[in-house]
Design a protein around this ligand. Structure first.
Ligand code: NI
Length: 174
């Protein structure tokens, strides 16, 4: 297992669109283990997408189970994820391992129905809401080459992290 290097804005590779996963093999499983370790090593640690470590394939990991009092589905490895319906809209604050010095207010659908495959190619479907749905939408954006910065309506939606927080988040990113 290894903590992988994270691409940081404005690295142009973050704009690359990722390709579907076709081979659910040992190489994929080893990569997913490293991707999860990288997510858990970072500040926040609730989600990560493969392109953030330079692998341009449609793989995300989301685990919001550490947040109190929210509905969630636990630790999710989501391969080739697809949102098949969305409903409602809410604004919430987001951060990103690839944008370590800022957070931003972003509007996202409140409810989604998500289809994906697990790491063995087995089909999955989830009804998600609020924080978990937001995390999935954020990570899926990375697969399209988008960051939360691309959703900000104005500069007033962008916030610099507290000095302490920015220093600690930088320290954890190799
Ligand atoms: Ni992100």
């Amino acid at each position: 297992m290894a903590v992988l290097d994270i691409l940081v804005y404005p690295d142009p590779r973050l704009k690359q669109v990722s390709k579907p996963v076709e081979h659910f093999d040992g190489g994929l499983h080893a990569f997913i283990r490293d991707l999860e370790e990288t997510m858990r090593a970072g500040p926040g640690g609730v989600g990560i997408a493969a392109p953030q470590v330079g692998r341009f394939e449609r793989i995300i990991i989301v685990d919001v189970s550490g947040k109190p009092k929210i509905k969630h589905h636990g630790r999710l490895i989501l391969v080739n994820p697809e949102i098949i319906s969305k409903e409602g809209s809410a604004v919430g604050r987001e951060g990103c391992l690839s944008v370590p010095d800022y957070t931003g207010n972003v509007a996202r659908a409140k409810f989604i129905i998500l289809k994906a495959q697990d790491e063995f190619g087995k089909p999955l479907e989830f009804h998600m809401e609020r924080y978990e749905a937001r995390a999935v939408q954020h990570e899926m954006d990375h697969l399209e080459g988008l960051l939360f910065l691309d959703h900000l309506v104005s500069r007033r939606d962008l916030f610099r992290r507290q000095t302490q927080e920015a220093i600690s988040s930088k320290a954890k990113i190799p």
